[in-house]
Ligand binder design. Structure first.
Ligand code: FAD
Length: 319
C-alpha cells in the first residue's frame, strides 16, 4: 500500500526512519529494535540511502526484509546525483519486484569527502528530475514522497542564516513543482521551532500544495550531535532551547530527558493544529521516539518490551 493513504485518514499516525548500520551485527541489532518498534503499529518505516549510492546494496537488502519479513509498510530513500540512471532503475526494479511501493525521491548530498554533488552524464540534477523519471517509467506504481524544507534548503540560505522572503518563496515554488510532477507526500527536514513548521504548512497550502505534509521530528539525544546536525541543516534554534540545554549539556541522561520533553511538546502543538502525522528520525534508537509517542498517548506502555529507564523521574524535564 502507498503510505499517503494512511496519512489522509482521521487517525493520528506515526512513522520511524532508520539508516543502514555499518556492520553485520549492527544490522541484526537494528532488526531486533525495529521488530520491537513495529509492535506499536507505525504507519510505515523508512530506510535511508547513502549519497551517491554508497549504501545501495545494503539499503535494498534492508528494505526488502522490512517489507516482507518484519511486515511493515516500507519506504526506501533514493538519491539521484553522483549515480548513473541504470543504478537508479536497478534499485526501482528491485523494490518493485519485491512489492515495495514507496520511495522518498531525493537529490542527495555530495558523497563523503566531496563538497559538491555531481550530475553524471545523462543523469539527474535534482529530485524533480527523479520524480519525473519515476512517473514516466513506472506510471503510478510508486507512492512518491519528497523532502520539504520549512526554513528553505541550506544551499540557498545565505551566510547570515536567514532566508529572505524571495529565497523562501522560490524554494516553496520548487517544492510545488515536485508535487505537480507527481509527488504524493512531503516529509520535512528537521526543525525545532514548531511555529516555523506550522507557517510552512500554511504557506504551502496558499500556493496550492495539497498533499499531506509530514513533520520530521528529531529528538535531541546528545548535545554535540544536536549542534552538529542543526549547524549542517542551518536549523533555527529557539533561544529557550539553548538556554535549557546549556546547563545540562554534559549530562547525557538529562539531555535525553529534555529531548523527550521538547519532542513531546512540539508534537502536542502540531497535533493540536489538526495535523495527524508524525515522522520520527530515530537515528536507529528506540527510547526517545517511543517515550514521546507514549507521552502523547499514541502507544501503550504495556507493549514496550524493554524496561523503561528513561521514565525515571530524573528531573524537571520529565513529562
Ligand atoms: P532537491 O529537491 O532537488 O533540491 C534541493 C534544493 O535545491 C531545493 O529546495 C531548492 O532550494 C534548490 N533547487 C534544486 N533544483 C531547483 C530548481 N530547479 N529550481 C529552483 N531551486 C532548485 N540524503 C541522502 O543522501 N540520503 C538520504 O536517505 C536522505 N534522506 C533525507 C530525508 C529527508 C526527509 C530529508 C529532508 C533529506 C534527506 N536527505 C538524504 C538529504 C537530501 O539529500 C539533501 O537535503 C539534499 O541536499 C537535497 O535533496 P532534495 O531531494 O531536497 O533536493
Amino acid at each position: 500500500e502507498k503510505i499517503q493513504e494512511a496519512a489522509k485518514g482521521d487517525r493520528v499516525v506515526f512513522s520511524f526512519e532508520f539508516f543502514p548500520p555499518k556492520t553485520e551485527d549492527g544490522v541484526e541489532n537494528l532488526f531486533e529494535r525495529m521488530e520491537r518498534m513495529v509492535a506499536h503499529n507505525p504507519s510505515f518505516c523508512d530506510i535511508t540511502w547513502g549519497a551517491g549510492g554508497s549504501t545501495a546494496d545494503l539499503t535494498l537488502e534492508i528494505v526488502k526484509r522490512m517489507q516482507n519479513m518484519v511486515c511493515v509498510e516500507s519506504m526506501m530513500h533514493l538519491t539521484c546525483t553522483n549515480m548513473p540512471v541504470e543504478k537508479i532503475d536497478h534499485a526501482l526494479d528491485t523494490i518493485k519486484t519485491n512489492g515495495i511501493q514507496n520511495v522518498l525521491a531525493l537529490r542527495g548530498d555530495p558523497p563523503h569527502g566531496q563538497d559538491k554533488f555531481v550530475q553524471v552524464e545523462g543523469g539527474f540534477a535534482c529530485a524533480l528530475d527523479l520524480v519525473k523519471h519515476m512517473r514516466a517509467k513506472y506510471g503510478d506504481y510508486f507512492g512518491i514522497t519528497v523532502a520539504g524544507y520549512p526554513e528553505a534548503h541550506p544551499d540557498v540560505i545565505p551566510a547570515n542564516g536567514i532566508a529572505t522572503k524571495e529565497i523562501y518563496e522560490n524554494d516553496l515554488a520548487y517544492l510545488k513543482r515536485k508535487v505537480d510532477a507527481g509527488a504524493d507526500l512531503i516529509i520535512t527536514q528537521l526543525f525545532y521551532d514548531t511555529d516555523v513548521f506550522l507557517k510552512f504548512v500554511n504557506d504551502c497550502r496558499q500556493i496550492g500544495i495539497n498533499c499531506p505534509i509530514v513533520p520530521g521530528i528529531m529528538p535531541i539525544n546528545n548535545y554535540k550531535g544536536f549542534l552538529r546536525m542543526t549547524g549542517f541543516c542551518k536549523t533555527k534554534i529557539p533561544e529557550e532551547i539553548m538556554a535549557a540545554l546549556e546547563p545540562i549539556k554534559d549530562n547525557e541522561e538529562a539531555v535525553k530527558a529534555y529531548g523527550i520533553h521538547l519532542g513531546t511538546e512540539m508534537c502536542k502543538k502540531i497535533l493540536a493544529s489538526g495535523i495527524k502525522t508524525l515522522h520520527l528520525y530515530t537515528l536507529n534508537m528506540e527510547k526517545s521516539a517511543l517515550a514521546i509517542l507514549m507521552n502523547l498517548g499514541l502507544i501503550e506502555e504495556s507493549k514496550i518490551s524493554r524496561p523503561l529507564p528513561w521514565r525515571r523521574p530524573t528531573n524537571v524535564f520529565r513529562v
